[in-house]
Ligand binder design. Structure first.
Ligand code: GH3
Ligand code: MG
Ligand code: MG
Ligand code: MG
Length: 312
């Protein structure tokens, strides 16, 4: 962006971005001890533009789940080390995967056995051989619904950003990854200045517009690999992987400066807003909670230092 921005343009763009985000291809994890079967399933799904990862060793499934983040899981029933049902039960024990649909795909055609498998864990049972159209339609329908639900669970409805709980989960994951890879990680907390006055003088709907436009501004100016959350009412949090505090401060300070230039049309005077920001970086063995506490302390310093500034 250059120059002065009007808020309605920003809000229009939020809606476009939200729509585009839905066109990410579905991701399916296939677990089948028969390489030939797995490859066949993969080929069918790929032909429909569905991204798959196949495993012939059920033991690897949990690790792959956290890495691959599938929208849906397809399990074979009979495998040497661990049956599909056993694996489904293990997966379901994890909070994070409670809403990922699990479908059995097996030659087992005994209805009692199929129903037993589903009652243990799992959402559906498909019998091999299955028509490609049937498999694709089932996967698409279930993955689509699961994705919609998941998106609602982890996102804030006003801005489409991640909600408080999920932001902290992403931060914890990012900390673990950065520590493992020996990379830096920064965490930023932002709070709009004197926001009560915005609501009091311009009304709550205008306050909401400001919140939405800051959300969009962050989405547009940060990297795709950064996680942006709405931490609270007019508070935001950003996880910046592979970034140190000094670099994050530069990026956020640039955003701060440009955000302050936005004019929201209003009577009798246009409105403009600023935010304060605190930044901390991953050090030693600290966890996500400590990192966010440090960022919060830096934010406190920014507020008491006069607001409209970034501190680390
Ligand atoms: P400071 O510079 O110290 O941050 O001042 P402030 O007025 O921003 O401080 P405070 O955090 O006390 O006030 C935040 C206000 O944000 C209070 C609340 O009414 C308002 N708010 C919280 N959530 C929303 C929301 O979703 N929409 C709108 N319009 N206002 C909200
Ligand atoms: Mg098998
Ligand atoms: Mg606040
Ligand atoms: Mg505030």
């Amino acid at each position: 962006f250059t120059g002065t921005l009007d808020a309605s343009t920003l809000i229009e763009r939020i809606e476009i971005l939200t729509r585009v985000a839905q066109y990410e291809p579905f991701r399916v994890l296939v677990v089948d001890d028969s390489r030939a079967q797995a490859t066949h399933t993969e080929r069918v799904l790929n032909s429909a533009g569905i991204v798959t990862r196949t495993l012939t060793e059920p033991i690897q499934a949990l690790h792959e789940l956290s890495d691959f983040h599938p929208d849906l899981i397809i399990l074979d029933m009979y495998m040497p080390d661990c049956s599909g049902t056993e694996l489904a039960k293990v997966i379901r024990q994890h909070d994070r995967y409670v809403s990922v649909p699990i479908i059995y795909l097996s030659a087992e055609d005994d209805l009692d056995k199929q129903l037993d498998a589903m009652s243990e864990a799992g959402d559906d049972f498909l019998t091999k051989p299955i028509k490609p159209r049937h498999l694709i339609a089932t996967v698409r329908t279930r993955a689509n619904r699961a994705r919609n639900l998941q998106a609602r669970m982890v996102r804030d409805s006003l801005t489409g950003l991640y909600n408080h709980t999920y932001t902290l989960q992403l931060l914890e994951d990012a900390c673990a990854r950065s520590r493992r890879d020996g990379k830096s990680l920064a965490f930023a907390m932002l709070d709009i200045d004197h926001f009560k006055k915005v609501n009091d003088s311009y009304g709550h709907p205008m306050g909401d517009r400001v919140i939405k436009s800051l959300a969009l501004f962050l989405k547009q100016r940060l990297r795709k690999t950064d996680y942006i959350g709405r931490y609270g009412g007019e508070e935001f949090a950003v996880v910046l992987p592979d970034t140190d505090a000094a670099t994050a401060a530069k990026v956020l300070d640039d955003i701060r400066r440009r955000f302050a230039e936005i004019h929201y049309p209003a009577q009798p005077l246009d409105l403009s807003c600023t935010f304060s920001c605190g930044i901390a970086q991953l050090e030693g063995g600290i966890d996500g909670a400590t990192l966010s506490k440090r960022a919060d302390e830096a934010l406190y310093v920014a507020k008491h230092g006069g607001r409209n500034r970034v501190e680390q």
